[in-house]
Design a protein around this ligand. Sequence first.
Ligand code: 2HG
Ligand code: ZN
Length: 460
Amino acid sequence: MNTSALDALRQSLPSLKLSADPGDLEHYGRDWTRRWTPAPLAIALPADTAEVQGIVRWANAHGIALVPSGGRTGLSGGAVAANGELVVSLERMNRVLAFDAVDRTLTVQPGIALEAVHNAAREQGLIYPVDFGARGSCQIGGNVATNAGGIRVIRYGNTRNWIAGLKVITGKGELLDLNRALVKNATGYDLRHLFVGSEGTLGIVVEATLALTDPPPPSQVLLFAVPHMDALMQVFGACRARLALSAFEFFTDRALHHVTAHGAQNPFAEVSPYYVVTEFDAADETQQNEALAVFEHCLESGWVTDGVVSRSEAQARSLWRLREGITESLSPHKPYKNDISVRIAAVPAFLRDMQALLSHEYPEFDVVWFGHIGDGNLHINIVKPEGADYAAFIAECERVTELMCDVLMRHGGSISAEHGIGLVKKPYLHSARSAEEIALMGGIRRVLDPNGVMNPGKLF
Ligand code: 2HG
Ligand code: ZN
């Protein structure tokens, strides 16, 4: 039946690039989660909007599920195709379409890599400020689908803030041109924002118009050694009060252990339980001296025990590597990932409760904490013990995640800060969204995708 459906697709879109090569099925059928065995029907690589629309119409006519696919760097299983779906890879639609100097916008196709967007903006003397470690592989369409965050959220916010316009093909096959890059547009529901963070369940992004901004002034990076957990947010308070921050990240000694084993350079002689990497504007001597004054204040208050400030681009990069290299250094250990958030004001109490929970529940496991603590967002990775059965390890982590949900609910937090719900966090969505909200989301999904062809089984 599905072979004849594929034949029908070939007939209706003769130039569409399709692959059923086993290597491609494996490659395009999974994301960075590596938990599910890929089993897509085939891979479609459309070259333009008309082909995407044709695919969605075909999927509705034949009852075939679609999985939209970007750089597949996701960590929640949102781009996994394990049930005979057609994967729709947007990677061939990867061009910059237009730059508007007056509006300061860049219009791009969805398959363009985030790093290519950065470069294109820089060529125009501007920046696209959303940034994170997967910049070289992740694609804008996926960034929109997950409302990607990253390391500059503290200054610039999430992807949502930078989407001036979106063209999408809905699950029904309609082409919508949403907001047309208008700065002001008070004409009812802003459907553009429904698609941001929708995880491929409402339709497929075929074009995005991104807002750009001025490059920041020259900056410096400071790495602090922090002696105890309570001091993390005290350091944050001190830095935020006196410096113009563009990032405030933390990690633990376990994270440092993994990332240095993977080649990063530790500038400190002494071991410390916590570390902070912060970046701030340092355009002149006054700002640079202010940073040193903050460091001295933190030192005198006993909130930090050591610190290094970058004196060159290369040094800044090497300090950042300690934070940005963590995910890659952990990936051979197939960690179980938590991506949780609370309001910034709730972080200190939340950290204490989480530490109590995790030291009780995971006494034997290597628990690696890091993340965007200045946004209230923690990434807690649980490393699979060598030789442990993978399924049993995941089951144990999922048991603890249920308990973590209770702590999150007590603090008004979220089970997914920036990675999305996908398949991995689906059982816990109820901890962050009420039953009424989930029912309304289901209603929206049915309106935009009445036949349920868009990424079924993901999100809820
Ligand atoms: C990061 O902040 C990414 O580095 C990945 O969101 C987090 O690997 C993780 O858990
Ligand atoms: Zn992150």
